[in-house]
Write a protein that binds this ligand. Structure first.
Ligand SMILES: [Fe+2]
Length: 509
């Protein structure tokens, strides 16, 4: 990085964070001054007694194996040390560090940092989850779709200033695409295909000071969608039907694990990875994570000679209603059926896309509506199996969280998904994107009357959704960034909704 770049970045960080309400340590969170830790620090997958602490060593002439020290303290000056240890960063895993301290106290905030090769990382803040029997509120943010070349990450500043307990990232952490020549800021190189190219793409994204600040602010849990590998891939089928796709997917899965605070136990093995799982927030809520890509059947009715998605009527594609197809794969469907929690008052389902049906034309017309094949509408019988399970298990207060479609949607999920006259079974909040562009709002507005269960749909808003969850209610605040070209852009409240416990369905607040 040259000096001008460095000064500009410093200015952005100052403008973006120093004027906000961010805790003092976050003003020092940006890591480019630490040449061995230039991609910052992160934490994730919190438990009552610990969490994963992440960094990746950077800079020239790194040895094959490097000893890295990690430290956890009660205070950001590290005068009250709580735990420390060492681990080995290996070239084979991009010198990433996934340290897993244990024995910490539940429901507490901590500070952490790393040391290696004579350099010290910036400081991150993290926390443990409440003890399993403790009822504590949960503040969390959902975010997705942070296309670096489409704009600055001003939306993340809101995530920092709102001081959430947890960020739930719902997919499209990177985009594999090459950038257009006129992009606001560019992806280096062409499309990412090889392991080195995916690693370089993560390095570009993680050079962003606002993304670094969001990682340093609190623990994350994450799932992936398609762009961590390739647009619209399904299992081992690529959008272009590339016969060598399994090698590309394997490289992408490895780079994904290397660059996010996943536990060691979830490290990919022979091209396969496990990202689905559960996280309990004391006795208040269970958060269930789903993998919507690795195990899915290919999309129905693709364009000729291709894989991937299409948008077409039911009449044109009778395969929409084939019962055997799955978005999760049958083993994950079975796993999910047993993962719902009937003791905690809330179940939060973190999955990559919009679950509510969404037709672009009148579904009552003879052609049967117009649907997008990549989302749950392309796997409607599988969606109905999921909802049938939810109803059969009498899951209390289910809330579906999603992303992918670059549009803020708030909706009611009905007992029979495509019958809005059937009872409301769950609430859905599908967050828009950090930056990724969407359709013109006029198209979404034109389709909303065909989808009366969708209460809110705004394609022209980029942002996250912040939540406050208590035993009595879930409060949701949808945000919208004024100007993607400005890292210091204001971020406004676009809408607020509430879900009262025992009354499924969001209500405008
Ligand atoms: Fe996306």
């Amino acid at each position: 990085m040259n000096t001008l770049d460095s000064l500009q970045r410093r200015h952005w960080l100052g403008a973006a964070l120093a004027t906000g309400l961010a805790p003092a340590f976050l003003r020092h969170a940006w890591a480019a001054d630490q040449p061995r830790f230039a991609q910052g620090v992160a934490s994730g997958f919190p438990r009552p007694d610990g969490m994963v602490l992440w960094t990746r060593l950077t800079g020239p002439d790194l040895p094959e194996r490097v000893e890295v020290q990690w430290e956890v303290a009660h205070d950001e000056r590290f005068s009250q040390m709580v735990a420390k240890g060492t681990c080995t960063a290996e070239a084979a895993w991009a010198h990433s560090v996934h340290a897993e301290p244990a024995g910490l106290a539940p429901d507490r905030w901590y500070f952490y940092r790393f040391r290696a090769l004579g350099d010290q990382s910036s400081v991150g803040r993290t926390r443990s989850t409440p003890a399993p029997d403790a009822v504590r509120p949960l503040r969390f943010v959902i975010a997705s779709c942070q296309r670096y070349d489409a704009g600055h990450f001003a939306a993340w500043r809101q995530a920092v200033t709102d001081a959430p307990d947890l960020v739930v990232f719902l997919g499209d952490y990177i985009y594999e695409y090459a950038s257009r020549a006129d992009a606001l800021r560019r992806h280096e190189g062409g499309a990412a295909v090889t392991l080195d190219q995916y690693r370089a793409r993560y390095a570009t994204y993680q050079s962003d000071p606002l993304l670094q600040a969001a990682h340093a602010a609190c623990p994350w849990v994450s799932i992936w969608d398609d762009h961590e590998v390739e647009n619209d891939y399904a299992g081992l089928q690529s959008q272009t039907l590339d016969p060598a796709f399994r090698f590309r997917r394997s490289a992408a899965y490895q780079a994904h694990w290397e660059h996010l605070p996943y536990p060691q136990a979830l490290r990919p093995d022979r091209g396969e990875a496990r990202i689905h799982g559960t996280l309990d927030w004391g006795a208040l809520a269970r958060l269930i994570r789903l993998d919507g890509r690795q195990f899915r059947d290919p999309q129905v009715c693709p364009k000729p000679g291709r894989g991937g998605s299409n948008t077409l009527t039911r009449q044109a594609c009778p395969a929409f209603d084939e019962p055997g197809r799955s978005l999760l794969g049958r083993p994950q469907e079975q796993w999910l059926a047993n993962a719902w929690d009937d003791r905690r008052p809330w179940n939060l389902l973190a999955q990559p896309t919009l679950m509510s049906p969404f037709s672009w034309t009148d579904p009552g017309a003879p052609e049967g509506g117009t649907w997008w094949t990549d989302g749950w509408d392309g796997y409607a019988p599988a969606r109905q199996r999921l909802l049938d399970d939810l109803a059969a298990r009498r899951v209390a207060n289910a809330v579906v969280l999603g992303g992918d479609v670059h549009t803020h949607y708030v909706s009611q999920l009905h007992r029979v998904a495509r019958d809005p006259a059937s009872p409301i079974l769950a609430s859905e909040f599908c967050g828009s994107s950090i930056t990724s562009p969407s359709l013109p709002q006029s198209r979404v507005a034109g389709a909303l009357p065909f989808n009366p269960h969708v209460l809110y749909g705004r394609a022209d808003q980029r942002g996250t959704i912040s939540f406050v969850l208590t035993p009595q209610r879930l409060e949701a605040t949808l945000t919208a960034v004024d100007n993607l070209a400005d890292p210091a852009s204001p971020v406004r409240v676009a809408a607020r909704y509430v879900v009262e416990a025992g009354k499924p369905g969001p209500v405008a607040a």
